[in-house]
Design a protein around this ligand. Structure first.
Ligand code: AMP
Ligand code: FE
Ligand code: FE
Ligand code: ZN
Length: 286
């Protein structure tokens, strides 16, 4: 059984359409796949309609939030939300707000770069991202690549756009505790994504994860391409101690990243546990 619970489509910053993502999952030999675009459920229907017989789809999303970092400050964290009711009023409102805020933020980053002489234009950049899709830094990175400023999305992040880069602006200030509560009320299950991916930027301490577990966080993503062995070990120990669900996932973004679908996987009993706790929407099978 091969299960990948964190992937992106063109509904946010991936390069495969939702149907293309499902097709790629079949080629990769996956039995179950979660679609977890940033701040949107816009890809759910297309992905579901494309399911081949026997493949299971976990409908989800990834939310950018702000959290105490456990060292007296704050940092960005990403919250994976699974099997919530996509029509819950608070969810619809929050995702629409987050998407609108992201468009403004990406325009501000593009304006900053344009002011420094880079050949990017906020208006045409955003015109290329459909209204119901979620804009993100990879869209700008791809524009920089098309303009010949960089030769890869990775290079755009390394030189300009990473969380430590000179053009970085944070995407959302939604407190992670309220997002956990919002998803819980919508019948969903939350898993903290790549919590100890230190090279991306500041991360939370184990104490913070303990606090989040206390307000309803159900799991942690342990096996993730951005986690080294030490990060995985610490998260596994923490999950043991706090009785949290553990997942493994690729965070596939199509050609935006060099990560393959199914590069990291989740144990079947962990998916069963997520499905058991959810009351929003069910896991669907093709
Ligand atoms: P944003 O959602 O706009 O804050 O941008 C974060 C997204 O950028 C992540 O979800 C990844 O898709 C992507 N990303 C972050 N770091 C890198 C990197 N070094 N190379 C390629 N993509 C990245
Ligand atoms: Fe992304
Ligand atoms: Fe993420
Ligand atoms: Zn992701």
């Amino acid at each position: 059984m091969r299960i990948d619970l964190h992937t992106h489509s063109t509904a946010s910053d991936g390069t495969d359409s939702p149907a293309g993502l499902v097709a790629a999952a079949a080629v990769a030999g996956l039995d179950a796949l979660a679609i977890t675009d940033h701040d949107t459920t816009a890809g759910w229907e297309e992905a579901r309609a494309a399911l081949p017989p026997g493949m299971r789809l976990v409908r989800g999303a990834e939310l950018s939030c702000v959290s105490p970092d456990g060292r007296g400050g704050h940092c960005t964290v990403h919250l994976l939300a699974y099997l919530f009711d996509p029509e819950a009023e608070a969810v619809v409102r929050e995702y629409a707000r987050a998407r609108a805020e992201r468009r403004g933020r990406l325009a501000r980053i593009a304006d900053l770069m344009a002011a420094d002489g880079f050949p990017v234009d906020a208006e045409s950049l955003l015109a290329a991202v459909p209204e119901e899709a979620t804009a993100g830094r990879p869209h700008l990175a791809m524009a920089l690549m098309r303009a010949g400023v960089v030769s890869s999305v990775d290079e755009a992040f390394a030189r300009f756009l990473s969380d430590r880069g000179r053009y970085y602006l944070p995407s959302s200030r939604t407190p992670v505790e309220s997002s956990i509560e919002m998803i819980r009320r919508a019948g969903g299950v939350t898993v903290l994504a790549h919590a100890f991916a230190a090279h991306r930027g500041p991360t939370v301490t184990g104490e913070v994860i303990k606090d989040l577990a206390g307000v309803g966080l159900a799991g942690v993503e342990v096996n993730h391409p951005d986690h080294d062995e030490d990060a995985r070990k610490r998260l596994r120990r923490l999950a043991d101690e706090l009785d949290l669900i553990t997942t493994g996932s690729s965070d596939y973004h199509g050609t935006n990243k060099v990560i393959a679908l199914g590069q990291e996987t989740t144990a079947p009993e962990m998916l069963d546990e997520i499905a058991r706790r959810a009351t929003g929407v069910p896991v669907v099978e093709g």
